[in-house]
Write a protein that binds this ligand. Structure first.
Ligand SMILES: [Zn+2]
Length: 333
């Protein structure tokens, strides 16, 4: 690496992956997942146009004020799914790519099914979200005597709108079940819907869905990075500072479980959400680098705030055909 004037720091591309599986042939073909074969194509495309580096190469570059290689790319995998170990890890190892994995602590360690995953599978299990909307609205109606439950029209006004790739009905289901309703009401509906449409055995489902601690250790021992992501996968910006501290400290248990130090670690914000409290808490705990879901290229620098708010591209923007022409954000290479 060559030393360059700091204001000339080159851009870095960080890619964010979630589900990578043979989704079309699976029980949940509607799940928003990347096909495994498409991922293989992406790896070929990436090796042709980019230089994959470890997330800690980025940290070292920032500290030493040296340039990251031209075309530097970091691959990140959120949530600790079993397929990351089973299918992704062997491909990365074969390609010599040192990626970063961000499992959620309660899923990895306690084998608890995260609410965010319950919602995704419920939505994937039904033909349209209408039937879910009806169930949710009925539950709100029957709990409307409670002080902490708002009139249905208020929830509709706030949550019924298309968000990113979701229809208004699908976003409404997510909005209601991820946090708009009081936790006990929300959990009751979620568990009923999950049992009805997905599986009666949440524990067995979680066992299948997430990688194990031993697998995460094996990934780390092969030279990949295991970072912290979440404990229960709560949205930090919806929490008080104390509750954020609790969620972040819970998340850091992943580092202990796989034998990584609790300082100078990598972090990925659940749903990309953070605020000043989150930054202060991570700084107190000596986090070295943290990634968001904001789309864009990263400028690497020693500036602390910058290193804790790095943007990422969703994997769906990476061409799956190795012969594809470089996209707007690959043409600079
Ligand atoms: Zn996540």
């Amino acid at each position: 690496m060559t030393i360059v004037p700091w204001n000339a720091s080159p851009r870095l591309t960080i890619v964010m992956y979630h589900y990578v599986r043979r989704v079309a042939a699976s029980r949940f073909p509607r799940l928003a997942a990347l096909e495994l074969d498409a991922f293989r194509g992406q790896l070929d495309f990436i090796r042709r146009h980019y230089k994959p580096i470890s997330i800690f190469d980025v940290v070292s570059a920032a500290i030493q004020r040296v340039e990251v290689p031209t075309g530097a790319m970091v691959l990140t995998f959120d949530d600790g799914y079993a397929e990351h170990y089973r299918d992704v890890f062997p491909l990365l190892r074969q390609a010599g790519i040192k990626a970063t994995f961000f499992p959620a602590a309660s899923a990895l360690i306690e084998r608890r099914l995260l609410d965010v995953n319950k919602i995704q599978f419920i939505l994937a299990a039904v033909e349209t979200p209408d039937i879910l909307v009806t169930s949710i609205d009925e539950a709100v109606e029957s709990a409307k005597w409670r002080m902490d439950v708002q009139p249905l029209s208020d929830y509709r006004a706030e949550g019924w709108k298309a968000v990113r790739f979701d229809s208004p009905a699908a976003s409404y289901v997510k909005y209601m079940l991820q946090g708009a309703l009081p936790e006990d009401v929300r959990t009751g509906i979620l568990d009923d819907l999950f049992a009805k449409f997905v599986s009666a055995d949440q524990h067995a489902f979680a066992e299948e869905l997430y990688m194990t601690v031993d697998q995460a250790r094996e990934i780390r021992e092969a030279g990949m990075t295991i970072g912290a992501h979440a404990d229960r996968h709560l949205t930090l910006t919806s929490l008080s500072r104390d509750d954020q501290a609790h969620e972040i400290d819970g998340a850091l248990r992943v580092l202990d479980a796989v034998g990584t130090a609790r300082s100078d670690f990598a972090f990925s914000y659940a749903k990309g959400a953070y605020n000043d409290d989150s930054l202060a808490l991570l700084r107190d705990r000596c986090c070295a680098i943290a990634v968001t879901n904001r789309r864009g290229n990263a400028i690497v620098g020693p500036d602390d705030e910058n290193m804790l708010t790095l943007p990422r591209f969703d994997a769906k923007h990476v061409p799956t055909d190795p012969d594809a022409a470089p996209t707007e954000w690959t043409s600079r290479v």
